[in-house]
Design a protein around this ligand. Sequence first.
Ligand code: ZN
Length: 314
Amino acid sequence: MLRGNRKFTSFLAVLSAFLMAFALNGCDARKAMQAGLQSAQPESFAAQGENTDTLVYYLDVGQGDSELIRLASGKTVLIDAGTPDTADALCDMLEKLGVSKIDILIATHPHADHIGGMAKVVGRFPIGEIYMPRIPDKQVPTTATYEKLLTAIDSKGMKVTEGKAGMTVLDADGEKLEFLAPNSKKYTDLNNYSIVALLTCGEKRFLFMGDAQTDSEKEILKKETKLNCDVLKCGHHGSSTSTSAAFLKAAAPQSAVISCGVNNDYGHPDKKTVARLQKAGVMIYRTDRQKTILARCDGKTVQFETGLASVAQS
Ligand SMILES: [Zn+2]
């Protein structure tokens, strides 16, 4: 009943935006509908009442990554926190969504498009545990963004736990969060240190690749005999260095999410990667086109909502 009401309310919101945009713009119905969709606000957790679904938000942070998971238990997990430019907007969005604490915070790797907003997140929200990969001293970035994050963590008196393959960081009531990577202690490319996380929700599985590239994918493939997932957050914004044919075949997702900015300078996602996904029959969702994307999982099915409010352009 709650779900029906909510859907109806969302429908009314989109319909009224549609009618308003239609009145303003004349007869361009497609534009009007897009305007309606783009202004749709994600509903807060509180407004969803006794929600028992697992909610995975692929937040549109422009050319960066940030995924918020709201577990059925009410606990929250934040994987990455976008760029420095969207730090305040990200915190505002988390608040709007009803986040009052982040139980598990994961910095997949210390690049600014993943940890850019994390110092502010640490400053504004109570945090349970923080996971980051261990990077050899020589490769530790000396960027202001990274330093700010470490200072924010220090000033809260918190410690960082090393995230690596083989760890289970949560396992309760049919929801499980495990790390599949990094598997090595030394890579030439910082992206390959990315913590790769697997969320199991009943019968459904979500893979979050961070910016892991082919080297890391190969290691995961060697270790994991059952890599299959339902939703794949593609590595490295859909670039050519990730989502290899072998990895895609083993993961065999039904849907893939690519997090990237509109007309970004890197040419993400790579055309060949997109073609590979299409050829495999994978439904592709992109934050540059569909803004914030919500995947709702009841343990047996995954339903997507797109066009939710952007963090990058709010
Ligand atoms: Zn990145």
